[in-house]
Design a protein around this ligand. Sequence first.
Ligand code: ZN
Length: 179
Amino acid sequence: REFMCEHCLFISNQGIPMTLMIGNNSVVSIHYTLKNEAGDVIDSSEDNQPLVYLHSSKNLIPGLESELHGKSSGASFSTVIPPQQAYGEVRTDLIKEISKDLFQGVESVEAGMTFLAHGEDGAEQQVRVTAVSGDEVTVDANHPMAGMTLHFEVEIVDVREGTEQEIEHGHVHQPGADH
Ligand code: ZN
């Protein structure tokens, strides 16, 4: 077999399809499965449409974005992402004990319930009840995946360039729609 450098072969072979690499403002479709350290599936796109996101607009956790950067359609990979590159460490200052009286209109406050807390400045914060003891309720405003090391299996299904409007808005639009 005659020697031919890869570069020459690539240039001479006009039928080779070109695949777009994931870069700033790419619109990327991925299938993914997310597992925790124990191997339990926490989330997966497998039975749904792929997840479609605008790259480099902070729509994904940083660790996953950096793994996807520079890859192209058809690639599959596994990656382990530490909390610092995912949803952060658990912050103890976001865990508070509050009085049951603050839960207006709720008959029975129980662990596992999620509430929207309204701050004085109008800000809203999602909190989970983690324990109830008498009139004391422990609420946790950390992201449910804070402190977790995430195990991802990812398959890149499609890569296209974001439209001007998508880039301006910082998110993906459905085909034929403004939003
Ligand atoms: Zn928009």
